[in-house]
Each structure stands twice: as structure tokens, then as C-alpha cells.
Ligand binder design. Structure first.
Ligand code: IVH
Length: 683
């Protein structure tokens, strides 16, 4: 293999990995309200993915997270257990896009320079809550939709009506008007809520945004009212609306009685914009709600229209994000935590400080390299940062200026040693080439890893076994009752009922849920096994190719590698999994318990062959169905979905704001564009 194709292979794997990571991060953020990445990490990964995709247009994928906004739609899984039940899903009249963003003032200046010379800019605060679309029909608030997947959202009207500043009816509004804004939980309400949850031993919300999102998806408007959400509106849409500028419209909305922020300024120069940014970067700390940046919008509606949209963002607006808040404190000691995948993470124990609304006394130090690079040691003053995530980070060291510590640090550098054995099970740690992390390789013997495998197995997206939380599983583990996933199915009622905080009723529910899990389809069982790097999507793809454990068990690296999205590393992990005796024993026991080890579904049934032999490219933003749905429709009718236009393309299924490059290419090759409506009629 030559060097270039090796680099290509690596980049291809990176693209696939980033897509998976961002997809998962989106799901955790929007659906589960449990962010795992800070905004900054997310944005950085997204940028990297955008760059790689730009360098390799041949890898374009309409389903890439770069091509669509994250989804907050309540999830219904195949056994119709739902995260948040019962919201009507409604199509947005206008797709709900997000904004391009940057942390760099230089990029803001570049963006401004590219606009028409006479463009006025409206600068606003970027509120850090969740977006909402309010529909007013003949003056009455008739729907309140979350962003959802950008095409359709959840109607949370009853909950929105509990916000005192949002009018239910106003005389004299345009017949059909939509106002968009941000729903927020103010800082003091957020802290109060977390205090209550702490007392009730419920999991805490990481930040006000997650708390607002969790609150808006409650099925109990009384509880929503009690928590005290608030809202700011920043965008008006519809036909026959007043005003020729964005600013005039916001002013009009304010006069009508809608909650519009005062922190808005019309700017005429880069300097004015920068002043606004600097002012609010400081002043925002005094605001009652969370903000994470500034939004800049071209004021003239005419100019907005001329600038138009990309698939994801308007070209007439951009967000500047503030750097995360930082504080100095003292590092007391370093401890080491073994995660569920065996990664050993150094954790800093700190003198407690207040940061972004919460008290912080532990922070991650990431890995050995990080500690060495910063040359951190106990007693140092360190900078701690907290973005949107639960776990704060050490981001730097205060200057050490006295000579003593400079010498000491030199010695420390020589003597700092990452533990060589696992603090949990004593196994010698290994460092995987190319990775910064030390890992405990004792996958099937190290307690947190064993518990982690069971937790993953019972989780909602895997076997969806209710009633077994982290604490219960840890207890069952300690008592020797559940040492691995197969033991779950040997549990007896009395084993469970005698655990603290459980009883007969819970024991019965858990057993019923275990029983029900025997019907979970093979693809999810495969995901539940927790083979390293085999996530939900990968498991699905593997399960479609290898339709039972008996065939998968003998799969070769090459066969696995040939599956879409499966690279050499994943293939290796799968093969290694089946070479481990203890895994084979676990699988045998699962099978004996009645867990599905093969696909029971017939091959997916074709609905028609109307699109047989046709290769179709999807491009743009759609109103009636999501891209994934269109992709599935094409396949169900015998067609093939492709990412790039060529002579072989039968037609382009074209949504709004189709990319200009694609449009040009289609025109050049004389390929027909078919819109959503016509496509649906065709089928
Ligand atoms: S304008 C087409 N203005 O930031 C323009 N958005 O990533 C739509 N946000 O989804 C957005 N404050 O939830 C706009 N003053 C503001 C905002 C704002 C917060 C949120 C909004 C949007 C996200 C963009």
C-alpha cells in the first residue's frame, strides 16, 4: 500500500469515527440531556470533520452530522419505551436551522468583511437554552415546537403556556406569525432545582440548559410551572409581516408585548461589533440566565434573502462563542479512576471553588501526557474551566515564579510516574500505540469494567432492562450475584428483593423486564455485548451482514472490514472478542437463557420496484420528512441512494437551499431536480 492510500485510510477512519462520536454526542446532548463533550470539544470535532469532508468530497454522506442539526425529538425505541412520551410531532413551517459559529474574533471580522459594504449588523446575546418556535394564528398561541431534527419538532405548548411572559393571545397580530426564541431556566432556579434533586438523590443537571430541556419535556405542566422557565424571543417569521429590517421586527414584537431582550444593538462597523462582544463577555456574568456568546445578524431582510442559506445555516448570521469561564485554585492531590472501558484517568482533587454556577472540587487531568506537558504537581495553583459539561477540566498552571518550585518542578518532571498497575485490580497497565490513555487490559476481571459491561448491557439502547441502576448493579456485583451479563438471567426474586431500597415489587418488575429483554432483536443484543468500538450503528450493520452469532463467530477480518463503516480496528476487536474463552462461555449461557442470538426478521421487504435500477442523490433541506426517511424510502422502492452526482444519477431529490455546487453539477449533466412533493407523488 502506498503512503497516500495509507493516509487516506487513516483519514477515512477518522471521518467515520468523528461522525459516530458527533452523532452520539448529539444524542446525549439533545435527547438524554447528558452532555459528554464540552461545546468547544464538540465544535472542534465538527470543524475537523468539516475539513476532512471538504478535502474528500468523495466521502460525502447526506447523513453526516455536518449535514443536519442535532435532534431533540423524543425517542421511541422499537419496543416503544419512550424517553419523554406523548408529544405531538409537528412539521416546521420553516426548517429550524442552527448557526455557524466560531470562537475567534478574527473569523468574525472576516465574516463581516465579506458582507455588502452597507450592511448593518444586529448584535444580540446568544442565550444558552433551547430553541422554541411559537405559532400565533389570528393572534392566539396555537403551537410551541422544539427544534426537533430541524424538520419536525415536539409540540410542548402546554408547558410553554406556563411561562408568564409569553402571551397566550394578542389582538391585531398578523394572521399567521411565528416567533422563535430561547427557553431558559434562570441560574437561581437551576441551583434550587439541583439542591432539591440532591436531597432526593436524583441525578443532577449539568447546567441550566439541560435543566431547561429536561423541564420542557416533562408531562406535567404544573411541575414545569413550579420550576420557573423563562424565554427571550429573537426572530420573527411569516407572511405579511411588518418592517423591512430584523431590528424593526424585534421592536414591533416588543411593542406587542413579547419578551424581547434589551441587549440588542445595531452596529455599523467591526469596531462596534467588537465593543459589543467585549462588553457582554464581562457583563453577562451579572445576567439572571446563561449566555454562551453573541449572535450577529444582517439587519436588512432584503440583504438576508440575497445571502441565503447553506444546508444547515443561514449565511446572513453567525455566532461568536465566549471562551469558557476559568478560575484559579490549588491542586491538593491526584487520584486515579478506572472507567468502564478500562481507561485510567487521573483526577485532580481541588480546593473547592465556584465556577459557572456550581461548586467544583474535582477535575479531570485527562492523561499522563497532559500532566507531563503542564508539569503539574500537588500544591500547584491551577486554572480550572467548566463549559457545559459536568466534569470540569484543568486547563493550565499559574506561573511558578519562585526559584524553589522551579527546581522542584524540574525534579518532579523526572520523577512523575503514572501508576504502572491498575488501582482497582492490580493488573499491569498497557498503553495502546497512538493513544494517550493507559488502559487496564483485564477486561473480564477488573471490577469497574465488569460492572460497566453489565450497565451497558442493561441500558436503554441495548437490552433496555428497567430498574437496574448503577448502585444496584454495584451491590449485586459485590455480593457475587452478578459478575457478568449472563448472571443477570440467573437472578432470583429473593436475591433482588433483599437489596437496600428494593422490595418484592421492584424485584418482580426487574424480572419481568429481564424476561422481556429476551425479545430484543439480534442487532441490539450485539450492541449490548459491548465489543470495543462496536456502537449502535456499527452493530446494526454487522448484524445485517452476519445474521446470527454462529456466522459472526467465524467471520474473518476481511469479511468484517468489507462492511460499510467497519474499519480494521473494529474488525480486529470483533475477532478478538470471539477468541476469548470467557466471552464464548457468556454467549453460550445467554443463548441458553433464551436471549436472541440470531435475526428473526425476514430480509427487509421491498415496497415496490418503482425506483428499481435508479441511483438518486438527496440534497438540501426538507420539510415533510427527514433525509434518513427519504433514504429509507428510496431503498424500500428498489432505488439506490448515492452521495455524489454523476452521469449515472437518475435524478436529484432536491430540498430547499440545495448546495450551489450540486446544482451546478446537475445542470451541467442535465440531471433533473425533483422536489419533495413530486417525489412523494411518484411513490
Ligand atoms: S437566531 C436562523 N438569535 O443559538 C437564525 N439564535 O446555534 C436562527 N440562540 O438554534 C437563530 N440566542 O437556539 C438566534 N439571539 C439569538 C440566539 C439564538 C440563542 C440559539 C438558537 C439557535 C442556536 C444557534
Amino acid at each position: 500500500m502506498d503512503l497516500f492510500s495509507q493516509i487516506d485510510d487513516q483519514e477515512r477512519e477518522e471521518v467515520l469515527r468523528l461522525r459516530r462520536e458527533l452523532e452520539e454526542a448529539n444524542r446525549l446532548y439533545y435527547v438524554m440531556n447528558q452532555p459528554t463533550l464540552s461545546d468547544r470539544e464538540f465544535d472542534e470535532k465538527m470543524r475537523r470533520l468539516q475539513d476532512l469532508e471538504a478535502a474528500h468530497p468523495e466521502w460525502y454522506d447526506a447523513n453526516s452530522p455536518t449535514q443536519h442539526v442535532g435532534s431533540d425529538l423524543t425517542v421511541t425505541d422499537s419496543r416503544s419505551s419512550v424517553v419523554g412520551k406523548g408529544f405531538e410531532q409537528v412539521k416546521h413551517r420553516y426548517p429550524m436551522l442552527s448557526l455557524g459559529n466560531t470562537y475567534s474574533r478574527d473569523e468574525i471580522a472576516d465574516w463581516l468583511k465579506k458582507l455588502p459594504a452597507d450592511a448593518e449588523i444586529v448584535a444580540e446575546l446568544k442565550y444558552d437554552g433551547l430553541s422554541i418556535a411559537l405559532w400565533y394564528e389570528n393572534g392566539t398561541l396555537t403551537k410551541a415546537l422544539t427544534r426537533g431534527d430541524g424538520v419536525k419538532g415536539d409540540n410542548v405548548l402546554l408547558n410553554i403556556r406556563t411561562i408568564p411572559t409569553i402571551p397566550h393571545h394578542i389582538d391585531g397580530l398578523p394572521a399567521r406569525m411565528e416567533l422563535r426564541g430561547e427557553v431558559l431556566l434562570p441560574w437561581d432556579r437551576f441551583e434550587q432545582l439541583n439542591r432539591e434533586r440532591e436531597a432526593e438523590e436524583e441525578p443532577l443537571f449539568a447546567n441550566p440548559r439541560n435543566a431547561a430541556s429536561g423541564t420542557l419535556k416533562l408531562q406535567d405542566p404544573k411541575e414545569v410551572a413550579r420550576r420557573g422557565l423563562t424565554c427571550y424571543l429573537y426572530y420573527m417569521l411569516g407572511e405579511d409581516l411588518p418592517g423591512r429590517t430584523h431590528y424593526e421586527r424585534l421592536e414591533q414584537a416588543r411593542r406587542w408585548g413579547f419578551p424581547v431582550s434589551d441587549a440588542i444593538r445595531v452596529c455599523h462597523s467591526i469596531d462596534e461589533v467588537m465593543d459589543f462582544i467585549s462588553y457582554w463577555d464581562q457583563k453577562r456574568k451579572e445576567l439572571p440566565v446563561a449566555t454562551d456568546g453573541i449572535v450577529l445578524k444582517v439587519n436588512s431582510l432584503q440583504q438576508q434573502e440575497e445571502l441565503g442559506y447553506t444546508a444547515k445555516n443561514p449565511r446572513w448570521a453567525i455566532a461568536y462563542k465566549f471562551p469558557a469561564e476559568k478560575q484559579l485554585t490549588t491542586l491538593r492531590s491526584i487520584s486515579y479512576q478506572v472507567g468502564r472501558t478500562g481507561v485510567v484517568t487521573p483526577v485532580a482533587n481541588l480546593d473547592p471553588i465556584r465556577l459557572s454556577g456550581t461548586m467544583v472540587q474535582r477535575a479531570t487531568l485527562h492523561n499522563e501526557d497532559f500532566i507531563r506537558q503542564l508539569n503539574i504537581r500537588e500544591g500547584d495553583k491551577v486554572w480550572v474551566e467548566k463549559g457545559g459539561e459536568i466534569i470540569p477540566k484543568i486547563v493550565g498552571l499559574a506561573d511558578r515564579n519562585d526559584e524553589m518550585s522551579a527546581t522542584a518542578s524540574l525534579n518532579d518532571e523526572l520523577t512523575y510516574r503514572f501508576p504502572t498497575v491498575c488501582p482497582e485490580c492490580g493488573t499491569k497497565l498497557v498503553r495502546v500505540e497512538g493513544e494517550a490513555a493507559w488502559r487496564c487490559p483485564n477486561e473480564n476481571g477488573c471490577p469497574p469494567q465488569r460492572i460497566g459491561k453489565v450497565l451497558h448491557f442493561v441500558s436503554r439502547k441495548a437490552m433496555n432492562i428497567d430498574g437496574l441502576g448503577e448502585e444496584t448493579i454495584a451491590l449485586l456485583y459485590e455480593q457475587g450475584l452478578v459478575q457478568n451479563i449472563a448472571d443477570l438471567y440467573d437472578l432470583r426474586k429473593e436475591d433482588i428483593a433483599r437489596q437496600e431500597r428494593l422490595g418484592d415489587k421492584s424485584a418482580e418488575n426487574i424480572l419481568a423486564s429481564l424476561e422481556a429483554s429476551k425479545h430484543v432483536p439480534w442487532e441490539r443484543v450485539l450492541f449490548a455485548l459491548g465489543i470495543r468500538m462496536v456502537g449502535e450503528t456499527t452493530a446494526k450493520k454487522i448484524a445485517r451482514r452476519f445474521r446470527s452469532i454462529d456466522t459472526l463467530q467465524w467471520a474473518t477480518r476481511d469479511e468484517l472490514n468489507a462492511i460499510d463503516d467497519v474499519g480494521p480496528q473494529i474488525a480486529e476487536n470483533v475477532v478478538a472478542y470471539f477468541q476469548d474463552e470467557s466471552n464464548l462461555e457468556t454467549l453460550m449461557r445467554l443463548r441458553q437463557s433464551g436471549v436472541q442470538m440470531a435475526s428473526t426478521e425476514a430480509e427487509p421487504e421491498a415496497l415496490s420496484d418503482k425506483l428499481k435500477g435508479k441511483t438518486i442523490v438527496i440534497s438540501g433541506v426538507f420539510r415533510q420528512h427527514s433525509r434518513d426517511e427519504y433514504k429509507a424510502m428510496i431503498e424500500a422502492h428498489g432505488g439506490k441512494n448515492s452521495s455524489s452526482i454523476s452521469r449515472k444519477t437518475a435524478f436529484v431529490l432536491a430540498g430547499e437551499n440545495m448546495g450551489p455546487e450540486k446544482r451546478k453539477k446537475a445542470e451541467e449533466l442535465g440531471i433533473e431536480l425533483i422536489d419533495e412533493q413530486r417525489f412523494l407523488e411518484m411513490l
